[in-house]
Each structure stands twice: as C-alpha cells, then as structure tokens.
Design a binder for this molecule. Sequence first.
Ligand code: EPU
Length: 420
Amino acid sequence: MDKFVIEGGKRLVGDVSVKGAKNSTLPILAATLLAEDEFIIENIPRVRDIFTMKRVLETLGVSISLEDDTIYIDTRGAVGFEAPYNLVKQMRASYYVLGPLLSRLGRTRVSLPGGCAIGPRPIDLHIKGLKALGADISVVHGYIEGYGERLKGSKILLLGPNGPSVGATINTMMAAVKADGVTMIEGAAMEPEVVDVVNFLKRCGADIQGEGTRKIEIRGVKKLSGCKYRVIPDRIEAGTFAVAATITGGDIYLRDVSCNYIGSILSKLKEIGATISLEEDCVGVRMDGDIMPIDIETAPYPGFPTDMQAQFTSLLSLSNGVSVVKDSIFEERFMHVPELVRMGANLKREVDYVIIKGVPCLSGAQVMASDLRASAALLIAGLAAEGTTEISRIYHIDRGYESIETRLATLGAAIWRLKE
Ligand code: EPU
C-alpha cells in the first residue's frame, strides 16, 4: 500500500487545471448501457473509481478503452446483467448499472453494497424508484435482483430522511428514459452532477425537463443513440485545491472550473479571509493573514457540500477562534477527526457536528486515510503542519483525485509517494 510523505509549511503558488467530475463520470459511463452504440466521453478523471467502473462495464460485455482523458465505448455487445461483489465492494457507485440494465435487458443482478466508512448508506430510495417504474426488486443472497420487461412511467417521491438522493435520482432517471409514458420525480437532487447526466442523456436522445430543480419530468423515448460528450469539471477537486491554497497562505489559479457550481465553497473561503477572483472558467485563491473561524452546515446543493466538510475541518483547525462544522447528510462522516487530533488539532466531536478550537500550528504525524474526503483533509493538514506527515492507505485518495501529489508538487508542495 502506497503512502504519502509531506514536509509541511510550503506555500502553494501557481496554476492548476481541474479534472473532470468523478461523480458525474461514473453514472454517465453506466448510462451508455442504455444505447447499443458507440460513445466518446471526454474529460474523464484518471482515478481509481473510474477504472473500477470500467471493469464493471467490461464484465457486462462493453468494449471500453481509455486514452489520456478520453474514453471510447462500444455497448453493442453488452449482454451481461450482473455486477459482482468483488467490484461493488470496491466502489458503491457500481449500483449505477441497476437502472440502465433493467431498461436494456429487463433484468439485473447487482451485489448489495456493504458498509461504508462514512456511515450507513441505504439504497432504499434507489429500490423505491425502480419499483415505482414497475420493476420487481428483491434482495437475495446479498444481491439486488431486478426484473421488469416493460417499465412504465410513474410519479415518484424520492425524498429520504436526510433529503434528496443524488444516486437514487440518477438511477431512477436512467431507468425511466426508455420507459413507456411519463415519469415525474419529485424531491429530485439538484446537484450539478445530476444535471450533467441529464445533459448527456439528452445528447443521446432522451426527453427530460426540470433538471436542476426538485421536479424532473422524463418522457420515455423508444431508443437512445451514442454520442460525444464532455464531462463537467469536478467541483470538489476545485474546492480541495482552493482549501489547500488557503491553509498554506498561498496564491493559486484554478483553471477549467465551473465557477457557478462552487459558489457555496468560495463564499465560505471568503468568510475565512481568502481573496477570491473569478474569471469565466478560472478562479484565483489567495490567502494573507489569519484564518477566521466560521460555522458550516452541509446541505444538498446549492448548499455547502458534504464532500468538502472534512477539508474545511482541517482548515478551521488553524483558525484564530472557535468554529462549528455540522454534517447532517452523513452523520458518521468524521473519521478524519481523531487523526487530525493526532496532528495537534483541538476538535471535539458531538453527534453530527465538530467543535473546532483553532490552534496556532499543527504538527506532522503518522496518520491513516479512511475514506476519500477524510484523506484529502489529512493531506491538507499535512501541507500546513510543522515537520513531516506520513499518510498511509492513500488508495482512498487515489479513488477520487488524479495524481494529486504531482499536481500539488507543481504548486510548490513538498510531497512524495512511497511505494510499499
Ligand atoms: N439515502 C437514503 N436512501 C437511499 C440513498 C440515500 O436514505 O437510497 C440518504 C443517504 O444516506 C444520505 C442522503 O440520502 O443521508 C444523501 O445521499 P445520496 O444518495 O445523495 O448520496 P450518494 O448518491 O450515495 C453521492 C456522491 C457522494 C456525495 C453524496 C452527497 C457519488 C458516487 N457519490 O453519493 O460522494 O457525498 O452524493 O452529495 O456520486 C465522494 O465523492 O466522496 C462521495 C461520498
């Protein structure tokens, strides 16, 4: 298992290009199963989760090749209907083949994702959406089995106890695009990744309205065709670099960003004291002076993203006061807290929030990555800490950030990957 070694205390300065969004690439790749045709998808992040989805699709008979950041797909020979446990256990988002396979083959069998480091991750809303379209879904021997020769449009409320679900909205949409009649999803997720998937489906010939609102209307079409499509930039990667620049008192320029999608992240950075400049698809982030304490509560888009909670917790650990960070989307998403405490942070976790008393400095330590964003938080803390930080289990970081160490090193960070 590889490790990162970081010598903290270097200012990040310079330009960095943001890669394509992992969380829209994953469902877009699965959605290619809805047509029997060829696709070219551009701006693909070369991260571990994408390679896992590639293997899932290959298992189903899809021909797929990745060259640089472009993926070439031919779904004409896809006949498989099963996503096995050994792949789904590596990446929950493998469940994105459920909707497309039901639509294409009238049959699917996908391993039920197991536990997750960020707490319970039920998939009842995915099942509710597919059942509402007439599919017969059951869980047998650890697998979700689905049948449904002819799916039928329906009105579906997809709100869960913690609000809308990105995954259930997308899975249900994908199953509904070729269903008979009209589907109305109420309580839909509004995240940019949902809109990106809809734009892709429309390019393939789908008839969808209302994306980016809480009500999405889908009129079933007979057939979808292949297309060429470019994935949007990753807003969480952009936010992670912006926080890394802020914590090091740096001055960076993020290129290839969708500025519209990162408003809640940038406004929190401004409150903390960073100077933000916006220019079409670029963002400048500069930090001089003290890190100001602020309170944050995660919320569905356009609120502050849960996927940035851990990184801001690291940043606020060095503020000059007391902050409270609450995550009401995934209440157990605090695995980074005890590791940050090992680096000298003064953090107290209550049920679904952390009280952060800012300290003047963090000290490098040996820490362990536990999930994707928690790992990014440790990396950010290591960039600012005094001395050496060693992060183990960095395969979690590799799931969602492409060559992060090389790109941070280009900005001036002292960071190395140790192969073990
Ligand atoms: N939920 C249910 N039932 C369901 C599905 C979700 O109750 O059937 C609950 C969840 O437990 C949670 C809330 O609904 O409390 C929202 O979960 P959502 O379904 O929106 O999350 P997701 O689709 O599983 C995606 C991203 C996550 C990101 C969340 C929230 C992908 C592959 N994953 O997950 O990204 O945190 O949306 O924005 O798109 C990450 O990239 O590190 C990551 C975890």
